[in-house]
Write a protein that binds this ligand. Structure first.
Ligand SMILES: [Zn+2]
Length: 157
């Protein structure tokens, strides 16, 4: 990952903080075109009661509706936490390109265990276990502690 990409990841962390302020789990993601333009962004919305409202899933659906296959393949999804298996599958099914995450699923699972949070109903897997063809980069140590703090605040409140 290039240093010029850090602002996209900072924006993901901001979106995660916005989700937390809205009473939701702190996850945020942005979809960036091949030429560096932010096309769409979202944060977690599972507090609505629909546990599939992950930002990476929303971005995959947005990409399918608004981008050509070539544009999708050349795009990058930046995200505060590595895609879960549902979102990794959606990302691969719509043919999106690279993923860059701040914190890995393994890191998140360890933090949640330390916080005493029950295991999720879907197994935690690296993106490439679900979508072997996707280029994945992370974790990004500069921002990992900030993401850990957001999850800690969510689960302690
Ligand atoms: Zn997900």
């Amino acid at each position: 990952m290039k240093d010029t990409e850090l602002p996209y990841l900072r924006r993901c962390v901001e979106l995660a903080a916005e989700a937390l302020e809205a009473g939701d789990e702190p996850f945020g993601s942005v979809l960036v075109s091949a030429d560096g333009e932010i096309l769409a962004e979202d944060h977690n919305r599972v507090a609505s009661g629909d546990r599939t409202r992950h930002p990476e899933f929303e971005l995959a659906r947005w990409a399918a509706a608004h981008m050509t296959p070539e544009e999708r393949a050349a795009a990058t999804v930046y995200t505060s936490g590595e895609h879960c298996p549902m979102c990794a599958a959606a990302h691969a099914w719509v043919g999106l390109g690279r993923i860059v995450y701040v914190a890995s699923s393994e890191q998140l699972a360890q933090w949640l265990t330390e916080l005493g949070v029950p295991a999720p109903p879907v197994r935690t897997l690296p993106v490439n276990e679900v979508a072997p063809g996707v280029v994945v980069e992370g974790p990004v140590p500069e921002l990992t502690e900030r993401v850990r703090q957001l999850h800690s605040r969510f689960h302690r409140s």
